[in-house]
Ligand binder design. Structure first.
Ligand code: XMP
Length: 333
């Protein structure tokens, strides 16, 4: 793919007015490209796929078919939010696929992070392809590719994107936001009526919570990751930190330690809190969470999350720690 798809004369989209001009222009271009054809889009609920979906809904309405694959590794209530915004509010033509058991089965006993990523990536394509084959008259596949995905060959998305899928399905690609930088995608998203919270979401890895349920995933430990993450997000939102801190989540390693709960010995997992600030994910510094807030989060996690008897705060910057606890790619041996 050519890396020069952004016209050097293109003005940076930094206002509602410029976003509206971009949207009107793209609507014309989408309609000219797809004519009466139907378009398929994998809607994860991330910023890019959401903005891409909103733009296509505006351009071609029900001729866009969104497929949301719930692999069971999304954050608590995330799929429900995607359905509520796109199906209920925006009246999108949306197919919800509950594939959680399928993914958990395939991941059973797999502890190598790269193997976990591969299984999730391949299964995602398989599930998506199966849905695509059930549909008639689809000739196009829309993707929320953005400009940094094209110019930086080693972007985060390149690691899990469904490369080669359009060709496998015989579909033509539709990439309406591929000339935009991330801040412009957000500007366009807000101009399309998506909520501030949705377009300013923190980065979330494609393999989702699988990267935070360290080692071989089990249902109960994954639940501990989901529940503790939900508490952290709720408390950060209450404290006004959710729009300030770049990325925050919890990790549950497969380690048990001794504790005492309700007067009895309890041999349970720790929950690790990670909250970092970064510009480009290449380096990161930890957020200095106030002690009182840490205490409140600790108490809620210990009260509300089953199987947990310790809460730790990861105070390591990147480098030398990566942001996620599980590595990507392979180590030099
Ligand atoms: P690390 O852990 O390498 O993470 O410091 C840097 C950024 O990348 C995200 N990340 C991923 N995103 N698929 C993704 O889409 C992945 O496999 C993946 N691994 C890490 C991470 O959340 C952080 O923002």
């Amino acid at each position: 793919m050519s890396k020069n798809i952004r016209d050097p004369k293109m003005e940076r989209i930094n206002s509602k007015e410029l976003a509206d001009v971009f949207i009107a222009d793209q609507i014309d271009k989408i309609r000219a490209q797809v004519k009466d054809g139907r378009v398929l889009l994998g809607l994860s609920g991330g910023v890019d796929s959401s903005v891409c979906a909103a733009l296509l809904i505006k351009a071609i309405g029900h001729k866009l078919i969104c497929v949301h694959v719930d692999h069971g590794l999304l954050r608590k209530n995330e799929s429900e939010e995607v359905l509520s915004v796109f199906k209920n509010e925006m009246k999108a033509n949306l197919i919800y696929v509950d594939a959680a058991d399928k993914f958990l089965d395939a991941l059973k006993g797999v502890s190598d992070p790269e193997e976990k990523r591969k299984i999730i990536g391949h299964l995602f394509i398989e599930v998506f392809k199966k849905e695509a084959k059930k549909l008639n008259g689809v000739a196009f596949l829309a993707q929320g590719t953005i400009y940094p995905d094209i110019i930086e060959s080693d972007t985060v998305k390149a690691h899990h994107n469904v490369g080669g899928l359009p060709a496998q399905l015989g579909f033509e690609l539709v990439e309406p936001i591929k000339s935009l930088y991330k801040d412009e995608v957000r500007q366009v998203g807000e101009a399309l009526g998506l909520s501030h919270g949705m377009v300013y979401r923190q980065p979330f890895p494609g393999p989702g919570l699988a990267m935070r349920c360290i080692g071989a995933i089990t249902k109960d430990r994954l639940k501990a990751v989901k529940e503790s993450d939900a508490i952290l997000r709720e408390e950060f939102a209450l404290a006004g930190l959710d729009q300030k801190v770049w990325q925050f989540f919890t990790v549950v390693p497969p380690v048990r330690s001794t504790g005492i709960k309700k007067g009895k010995r309890a041999f349970e997992w720790p929950v690790v809190i990670r909250a970092v600030n970064s510009v480009d994910a290449l380096t990161a510094t930890i957020e200095e969470i106030p002690y009182a807030l840490l205490g409140k989060i600790r108490d809620r996690i210990l009260d509300e999350v089953e199987g947990v008897n310790r809460v730790l705060y990861d105070i390591t910057n990147k480098p030398c720690a990566t942001i996620e606890w599980e590595y990507r790619g392979s180590y030099e041996k």
